[in-house]
Design a protein around this ligand. Structure first.
Ligand SMILES: [Ca+2]
Length: 334
């Protein structure tokens, strides 16, 4: 390499470094410090109806929180198909544990199930997937997490509202800042509710005046049941069923936006998973989904599945809850 080449490279590097420094300087000018940001949040908290005493006692305890991955929230994208995801998410050991614990909580689940019109096995399966039956509850300082998430994304109005919701929980439940713990994603307790969902759906299941979603299974069951009830759960229906498709099935019919009666799916060659004819009832409109394409598993989904997916965000997670609920149901029958 010649001396001229080296000089040209050196000049280019200096230009790039100079540009980076300029950009960084502009960014630091635009973005306030965390403590300045908290000062502005204080004013907004007051405008959002948070009590002055809550603000003055909690704000000094808020620290900038850097995100860490929660071990119990494996990303869906790591899985290649439902064939591998479901056994990984709900292994036989989890099914066995679920069956033992379900018997332990059966009486409470039945009472709560009747109250909210949600079958107990779905409340229980949701608990199993959200927090591994209460064993996996993250312990990050929730007020710092939600404040930091709002700081990191100033355009995220929802993030800021979750911070205000966290302050409201603190106030409403008379908690200390150190007691209000959650995940690095800003959700909390064995229900994995966002703070705004806590305010909307949390219930006092055992009637002791507190909604302890971190430690009290009765409160957790009632809150999950209340959530499902509020998003449209139908206590007399199930979630859906796995089905078989005929060869050359028209994949364009697989969409949660397309609903047909069982008789119409039967005419298209769809059968129960065991090959027998679909239910005869014609009072329901159901959709067909094939999350892994026509060669993968196929499901007819009912309205309760639509309620479930609002909570679980992905077919993989919703189908894992459905799978565990089926395993609990089969143990109830046996
Ligand atoms: Ca309670």
């Amino acid at each position: 390499m010649t001396g001229i080449d080296l000089k040209a490279i050196s000049v280019t590097c200096m230009l790039i470094l100079g540009l980076q420094q300029t950009v960084l300087a502009q960014e630091s000018k635009l973005k306030p410090s965390f403590s300045d940001y908290l000062s502005s949040l204080k004013h907004e908290a007051k405008e959002n109806g948070i009590d002055e005493r809550t603000i003055e006692s909690s704000f000094p305890q808020i620290k900038l929180f850097r995100t860490a991955q929660d071990s119990n929230k494996a990303p869906v994208k790591a899985a290649t198909s439902l064939e591998s995801f479901i056994p990984e998410k709900v292994p036989e050991s989890k099914v066995s544990e679920a069956r033992v614990l379900y018997q332990q909580y059966r009486a409470e689940l039945k009472t709560i199930g009747r109250e909210y019109d949600v079958q107990p096995r779905f409340i229980f399966a949701l608990w199993g997937l959200e927090s591994n039956f209460g064993a996996d509850v993250s312990q990050y300082p929730l007020l710092s997490v939600t404040a930091s998430r709002a700081f990191d994304d100033p355009d995220c109005i929802k993030c800021k509202n979750e911070f205000f919701a966290t302050l409201k929980i603190l106030e409403q439940e008379s908690l200390q800042v150190s007691e209000l713990l959650g995940s690095s994603k800003g959700s909390l307790g064995q229900t994995d509710f966002l703070p705004s969902h806590y305010l909307k759906y949390a219930q006092d299941g055992d009637g002791d005046g507190k909604k302890e979603l971190w430690s009290n299974p009765h409160d957790v069951f009632a809150s999950l049941a209340h959530y499902l009830q509020q998003v449209g759960w139908k206590g007399q229906e199930t979630w859906g069923r796995q089905v078989l498709l005929p060869d050359n099935f028209d994949e364009s019919l697989s969409s949660s936006a397309i609903s047909k009666r069982f008789s119409q799916w039967t005419e298209l060659g769809v059968t129960r998973y065991n090959g027998s004819v679909l239910p005869k009832r014609d009072d329901m409109l159901v959709s067909l989904i094939i999350p892994d394409g026509a060669k993968g598993r196929a499901y007819l989904i009912y309205d309760n599945y639509r309620a479930l997916i609002k909570r679980m965000d992905s077919d993989y997670h919703a189908l894992s809850v459905a799978y565990l609920s089926e395993k609990i149901k089969s143990s109830e029958i046996n």
